[in-house]
Design a protein around this ligand. Structure first.
Ligand code: SF4
Length: 189
């Protein structure tokens, strides 16, 4: 959950450095993250970028966890999915991608996480419009796939891998395993 907040607008490798700094000091617990002075927390997570803002977002999430679920991740994980998603989206600094990453990766709930790679592939393959909103893209996957968190997890990871290896800003369609799906048409730009 901490990783889902720290990864906003930065590469995961930076998040790993920030998490390693917190973990190496044995501070990666709800109690410690709540009790640390805000400035100290911000310095610890500095490698993740925009660290002061992210420290405030972490604190907002921890306040929500305490107020709504008595600080228990177990209680949180048993709340109804729609309710949980609404609550997370109401926490300052938590948008749909962060909320859904928490739901899918941390809590194992069947929510499809949408990111820029996902949108790019769907647009280029004429499956959705360029301006399709987050909820529309999420609904598209959830409508067409079995509601299985492990499948959503793997599917998203594969889209990210595809985006990094082939579906870059200049797509490498000739080498891409999805080129068959273009059916002879060039990808939409
Ligand atoms: S075939 Fe081209 S447009 Fe499609 S995913 Fe691969 S690189 Fe992207």
């Amino acid at each position: 959950m901490v990783g889902a907040i720290l990864t906003q607008n930065t590469a995961w490798s930076n998040v790993e450095r920030a998490l390693a700094a917190v973990r190496s000091r044995r501070l990666l617990t709800r109690a410690h993250l709540s009790a640390l002075p805000l400035g100290r927390l911000a310095q610890l997570i500095r490698p993740s970028g925009t660290f002061r803002v992210k420290a405030m977002r972490l604190r907002a999430f921890l306040r929500y966890l305490r107020a709504r679920h008595q600080g228990s991740l177990d209680r949180m994980s048993h709340a109804p999915l729609d309710e949980l998603r609404r609550e997370l989206l109401a926490v300052p600094g938590i948008g749909p991608e962060t909320a859904d990453s928490i739901l899918l990766y941390a809590l194992g709930r069947p929510v499809f996480v949408v990111d820029a790679y996902t949108r790019r592939v769907l647009f280029r393959h004429r499956l959705l419009r360029r301006d399709a909103g987050y909820e529309e893209v999420r609904a598209f996957f959830e409508r067409h796939l079995p509601s299985d968190p492990r499948l959503f997890n793997e599917y998203h990871a594969l889209l990210v891998a595809l985006g990094k290896a082939y579906c870059r800003s200049r797509p490498l369609c000739q080498e891409c395993p999805l080129r068959f799906d273009l059916r002879g048409k060039p990808p939409r730009r």
